[in-house]
Design a protein around this ligand. Structure first.
Ligand SMILES: O=C(O)CCC(=O)C(=O)O
Length: 304
């Protein structure tokens, strides 16, 4: 059984002493043999587990399919990919809110329209505690970002698939993935490692804008939920923990409104953002049946 207490972090740049509740990959802990490092020794950087490459595309599901068909597919594959389920206008408006924050914080190229999310050319990526978190704390207080997890179309879909009333976790998450910031690409992991509660919790990953493969969208390891909870090891990227599993990696060239929904044991991670200058923005909302156990952490704001 996984025992981590840290929640999956946004994708920040590393700092020497990260906040462990939200931190990206931290330096490897000192062992008994190395408790007195040479004064000049630098903390070691964890390695990536995998640079995910897609083996295929998702099997597509449709909002109008019967609940039992969707439920069986979710139980078999560990995910559902549904084009156009999320409300496009709400997503565009959240995207604009986040990009305006990025512009205020000097992260966007001032010569390009804000809506394009073009990262400003600078020597380093935003530093975690002093640059990323001040923006993220503002972001997670925004009304439209939080309200969208309760969107009736999404809730109705979950009620149909899970067969009854739904609890939408209030711990809503947004991510900003920087172009060619490969040391922060989310590594393969299971959300249950972070969220606990009932394993029958489902994350919905929603790109805030079209997200072709080169922009670094989410990928799923097909059927990997069937392995149950796995041990995780320190690695790079959001959350700083990852796992190794067997199975084909599936993904998509996402369009705005598309969602991928997956079980808390489903191994997933991100493709690298290979674009030269574009930010990839996305949301993670989580849902479960309302009578099942929920960890108190899932009821608190992310990064608050
Ligand atoms: O968007 C990402 O890079 C990671 C998202 C993720 O891992 C999650 O939703 O649990």
């Amino acid at each position: 059984m996984a025992t981590a207490t840290a929640e999956l972090a946004p994708a920040p740049a590393r700092k020497a002493k990260p906040d462990t509740a939200l931190a990206p990959a931290a330096p490897a802990p000192a062992t008994a043999a190395s408790t007195t490092p040479a004064p000049t020794a630098k903390p070691s950087t964890p390695e990536a587990i995998l640079r995910i490459k897609l083996d295929g595309l998702y099997h597509e599901s449709f909002p109008g399919e019967p609940g039992d068909v969707l439920r069986k597919r979710l139980a078999r594959d560990g995910y559902l990919f549904v084009r156009g389920l999320a409300p496009k206008q709400r997503l565009l408006s959240i995207r604009n809110d986040i990009l305006n924050l990025c512009a205020e914080h000097g992260w966007l190229d001032p010569t390009a329209p804000v809506t394009q999310g073009i990262y400003v050319k600078r020597a380093e990526f935003p530093e975690y505690q002093d640059e990323y978190m001040p923006l993220y704390r503002k972001l997670i207080q925004q009304g439209p970002f939080n309200a969208c997890s309760q969107d009736p179309k999404i809730i109705r879909f979950f009620a149909k698939v899970l067969g009854g009333p739904i609890l939408a976790h209030p711990r809503n998450i947004a991510r900003i993935s920087f172009p060619r910031h490969y040391e922060n690409t989310t590594q393969p992991h299971q959300d249950f490692f972070y969220i606990h509660g009932t394993p029958e919790t489902y994350t919905t990953w929603i790109p805030l804008g079209d997200c072709p493969r080169e922009l670094g969208g989410l990928a799923i390891q097909e059927g990997s939920h069937q392995a149950g909870p796995l041990t995780h090891e320190r690695t790079i990227g959001a959350g700083g923990n990852g796992t190794r599993g067997e199975g084909r990696w599936l993904g998509a060239d996402y369009r705005i409104g598309d969602v991928v929904i997956f079980h808390s044991y489903t191994i997933h991670g991100a493709l690298d953002n290979h674009t030269g200058n574009q930010l990839r923005l996305s949301l993670d909302y989580r849902y479960q049946r309302d009578h099942l156990p929920v960890d108190p952490g899932s009821l608190r704001p992310h990064g608050g």
